[in-house]
Ligand binder design. Structure first.
Ligand code: ING
Length: 312
């Protein structure tokens, strides 16, 4: 019998800096209720789904940004979401900024995504691997993208987890632009990758890319899905957030690379798809039978080399 996982991509419209977490959680719960009406088993929320995308500002004293981070999950603000999801028997993945404190008191700041099963248990928390943007204040920019100031990169890389009767993986935003993200999970048998994103339309280093943001968003997720025989659920925080216009176009992509559902707005919007996890084998068992066709013996550069090394 096919393993059908009915998934909901719960896109968020803008979260302005003065929006309280409580008001945002109410928006998340409203999307959960919509999902429940469609028999959804797993709801995917965007990256940094509890706050505005605060790396668009630079603060010299980083502790002034502490209030944008969560120090526990769930917590008083998010417990209503966890409780309602458990009551409805719906699992979800949620992106947020996290401060973790080591035993020796060292604080670590991560951009994370947590996966919660239908019984309310936390399956795993993934830390973002590919941190885009810049480390230092760039006053000449119309807005900052200082993720490399606010977040440390993951040391663990990409994992997958048995949940929702399948093999589920997670990545966050810029991760979706790197083929390695999908392949490392593909080599672990991933069947559905959950990805939240906050993507400004205007790309300051090269404005010629602005008009291609939607094309690139679809390109990377469709190719990642197809080349690894996996479902990909990409979910945006969209619309004009504190004056910055962010891409919507959340989508659910099949292992064939076909887009089976896509949002039409840049507001809070739920899209739903019945995802047959057994469909993955049509690709991983044929064209992309990794064990039969891959040639890791000639791929050495991929893991030993960071940047380009030109020929003499
Ligand atoms: N955001 C962006 C992303 O990779 C970016 C960074 C913006 C890249 C615009 C290219 C163009 O979608 C995050 N949060 O990674």
């Amino acid at each position: 019998m096919s393993r059908i996982l009915t998934v909901g991509a719960a896109q968020l419209g803008p979260i302005q800096r003065d929006h309280s977490r409580a008001s945002v959680v109410q928006r998340l719960i409203a999307l959960l209720h919509q999902a429940n009406q469609h028999g959804v088993q797993l709801v995917v929320f965007p990256e940094l789904a509890l706050t505005t995308f605060f790396p668009r500002w630079f603060v010299d004293d980083i502790t002034e940004a502490d209030h944008w981070y969560e120090t526990a999950m769930p917590n008083a603000d998010t417990q209503p979401l966890f409780d309602e999801a458990k009551r409805l028997g719906i699992g979800f993945s949620l992106g947020y900024a996290s401060i973790e404190t080591d035993a020796d008191g060292t604080r670590h700041r991560y951009n994370v995504q947590t996966l919660v099963e239908r019984d309310g248990s936390i399956v795993a928390t993934y830390r973002k691997v590919h941190i885009p943007g810049h480390e230092h204040h760039e006053p000449g920019r119309p807005f900052q993208h200082a993720e490399r100031y606010y977040f440390e990169p993951s040391k663990e890389g990409f994992g997958v987890w048995r949940a929702f009767d399948g093999v589920i993986g997670m990545m966050i935003c810029n991760d979706r632009r790197w083929p390695e993200s999908y392949r490392v999970m593909g080599l672990q048998g991933v069947e559905m990758i959950l990805c939240g994103y906050n993507t400004p339309i205007h790309y300051v280093p090269d404005p010629s890319q602005d008009i291609l943001q939607g094309f690139h968003n679809a390109l990377v997720m469709q190719s990642g899905a197809y080349q690894n025989g996996t479902w990909v659920v990409g979910v945006a925080k969209a619309g004009v957030e504190e004056g910055v216009d962010s891409l919507g176009q959340s989508m659910i992509v099949a292992p064939s690379g076909q887009i089976v559902a896509q949002t039409l707005t840049t507001d809070d919007e739920l899209i739903v798809a019945r995802c047959d996890l057994d469909w993955c084998a049509r690709y991983t068992g044929t064209l992309f039978n990794f064990d039969r066709y891959r040639r890791p013996e000639v791929y050495g550069r991929i893991t030993t080399q960071r940047g380009v090394m030109l020929p003499d």
